[in-house]
Design a protein around this ligand. Structure first.
Ligand code: 4AZ
Length: 246
């Protein structure tokens, strides 16, 4: 996160760290991406965060990646489901969304606490100019390696036609994505924040309106962050998470 502030304990309890290691190795898991807890056994992340050849786990209820906190919970990923129409080109990432099914028993994977709590799914499109919150452990204006402490920043929803103008993203955006940030630059998501939440206050509840997806570098003028449009995928999410068990 560029232009961010440290998150207070329990302020973003749906934020998770999606972590990987080589299959069946004894190496430590490493942070790869952000993610969002949407149900006890389901995490939403970006499609480009799925590494099929690696073991994945999810760390939740924590602010600091390098110190163990009593509030943290670690859960294995049983299955990663990337959207069927996920597509990466040299100029954009389309349908950049995936679900992680967590390991657990009797429908309980994450235990709900003050520090671990699911976010709601959005129920409608929100107006341009609305202020929402992004968060993550990704690169900052002073560190390409990212932040050890979870950071957050406020961003504004940007009009789609404006963001598709030639000086900005020159018509590469489709309705699976939207822009948010500040066209003057400075405040933005960055590498390592991918898959993490952009949450907005909708009817007095926090809904996960976007997922950090891509952008032309970070914090630059006229190059705001691009986010997966979660509203566009709510039916897809429900179809996967409510499927009858095999
Ligand atoms: C990335 O490389 C990335 N400024 C993520 C977000 C943004 C740019 C790049 C948005 O994962």
């Amino acid at each position: 996160i560029f232009g961010g502030l440290k998150v207070a304990p329990g302020a973003i309890p749906w934020q998770v760290s999606v972590q990987v290691r080589p299959k069946n190795s004894k190496q430590e898991f490493q942070h790869l991406c952000g993610g969002v807890l949407i149900e006890s056994c389901w995490v939403l992340t970006a499609g480009h965060c799925i590494e099929l050849r690696k073991d994945m786990q999810v760390l939740m209820g924590t602010l600091s990646l390098d110190t163990e906190e009593p509030s943290e919970q670690t859960v294995n990923v049983e299955e990663a489901i990337r959207h069927e129409n996920y597509r990466e080109t040299s100029s954009a990432v389309y349908n950049d969304i995936a679900l992680l099914r967590l390991s657990g028993a009797n429908g309980v994977c994450a235990n709900e606490t003050q520090f671990v709590k699911a976010a709601c799914l959005p129920d409608a499109l929100l107006p341009d100019g609305m202020e929402c919150t992004i968060s993550g452990w990704g690169a900052t204006e002073t560190s390409n390696y990212g932040s050890n402490h979870l950071l957050e920043a406020d961003v504004l929803l940007i009009n789609q036609d404006k963001c598709n103008e030639r000086a900005v993203y020159n018509r590469v955006l489709d309705d699976s994505m939207f822009c948010a940030g500040h066209l003057q630059g400075g405040v933005d998501s960055c590498q390592g924040d991918s898959g993490g939440p952009l949450t907005c206050n909708q009817n007095n509840t926090h809904s996960v309106y976007g997922l950090v997806s891509w952008g032309d570098q970070c914090g630059r003028k006229n190059k705001p962050g691009v986010y997966t449009q979660v509203t566009h995928f709510v039916d897809w999410i429900r179809s996967k998470t409510q499927a009858a068990p095999a």
